[in-house]
Design a protein around this ligand. Sequence first.
Ligand code: AMP
Ligand code: MG
Length: 480
Amino acid sequence: MMNRAGLDQLQLGNRFGQLPEALYSPVTPQPLKNPFLVAFSTDAAALIGLDPCQASAQQLSEYFGGHRLLPGSEPLASVYSGHQFGGYTAQLGDGRAALLGDLPGADGQRWELQLKGSGKTPFSRHADGRAALRSVIREYLASEALAALGVPTTRALCIIGSETQIYRESIEFAASMVRLSPSHIRFGHFEYFYYTRQPEQLKQLADFVIEHHYPHCYVSENPYLALYSEVVERTAKLIARWQVLGFCHGVMNTDNMSILGLTLDYGPFGFLNEYQPAYICNRSDEHGRYAYQQQPSVAMWNCVCLAQSLSGLVKKTDLERALNRFEPVYAVAYTEQMKLRLGMDDKTLQDGDLIETFLQLLQQTKADYNDAFLALQQWVIGDPEPITTLLGESEPVADWLQRYRTRIGANAAELMSQYNPRIVLRSYLAQQVIERAEQGDFNDLAQLHAALREPYKAHLEIYSQGSSDSGKNVSLSCSS
Ligand code: AMP
Ligand code: MG
């Protein structure tokens, strides 16, 4: 247990500064006008040993509203590139974020603090370097919610609001958010060095990632191959988690893919309401490249892009072999977790057919995806009403339930209560608290955050689809 420090005592290092200079530029966060604290995650604070009682709203607003720098902080913005909607964009980068530095965490690893919405950087292109309050609230809630569900993700420490005006579809107020992650390095960082033909820098980047995040890869015959294999496996497992929860990222460009296999860059994400595999949560994604059902294959496509970037360090046939692990790793992780949601922990049974038919029934009846698991849980403990309301009483439903009954054990209800969240961050829930926050009331935001922190808690009110989403899947604009 590490000693907990106050905000003033946090001492930042600058590990990213060891990387080739071509990868970043020093930046100065630009002050937000009259900053104030909107939200603070004590769970995220614990990760970096920050004592919430020694982090006043005023201090947080000053430090993370761009008015002061933490001791040791040498902020920088990093360049990267990436494949956006399938096409290569040569130069992207931290267009509205500053990496403040890194510090040792309670878990022994170092955590980076990144300030999102901190103003223009050399990589802002024509944009303003700011983030709208609504978009950081969505990222904050989603990161903390996915973390509580056990899904690998970047974290969110706090949100700072302000009176700085920004121009989106209408005039809005700018806000900032402190994002925490062991690393913010993306597939796109590797692509940047590959496509700008800087093999030496690319190797240094790979060495840096191995040294700090995959040190065990050094003992392998080819550490770069070991690194790639692990990234592929972590990515496959991450996407399995998303699919099982009905989470749709919305913008799976390679610049939004974490080299640590974390959920990164929350934009127009969404959770499934009615089970609709073709659901597209991003309004700009006209062709459904990033539709819910596409996520596993597009993640694999992104891993191909990463392989291409590593082709100077690893033989093509080795990269292909590592990539071929994606599908089996994904399939095993997906089936295992779906079975747990269905209350089945017998690993010797495949149960793929049972899962498949269940999903077909959900699709035919347009049932709410996450509600269906909770309804089934009720059925297991002897209350048939919720599942009947959702799926009806047709013969295929009755047949499936009968078959399902023979596959579950005595511990099914217990398992289901551990794996079926009573709340997921549906768009209408986020929207409600955003509207309140935009009026200066942050209580509902804190309450929703509190519920999302403990999604499996037995006496948590069930937050189902029944409200303003009206059960339909919505799509959101990319503007943020
Ligand atoms: P995203 O779609 O949020 O992943 O952003 C794609 C790229 O655009 C990244 O390089 C971002 O840093 C950049 N970007 C997005 N919004 C802004 C903004 N308001 N100001 C500057 N850069 C931005
Ligand atoms: Mg991004």
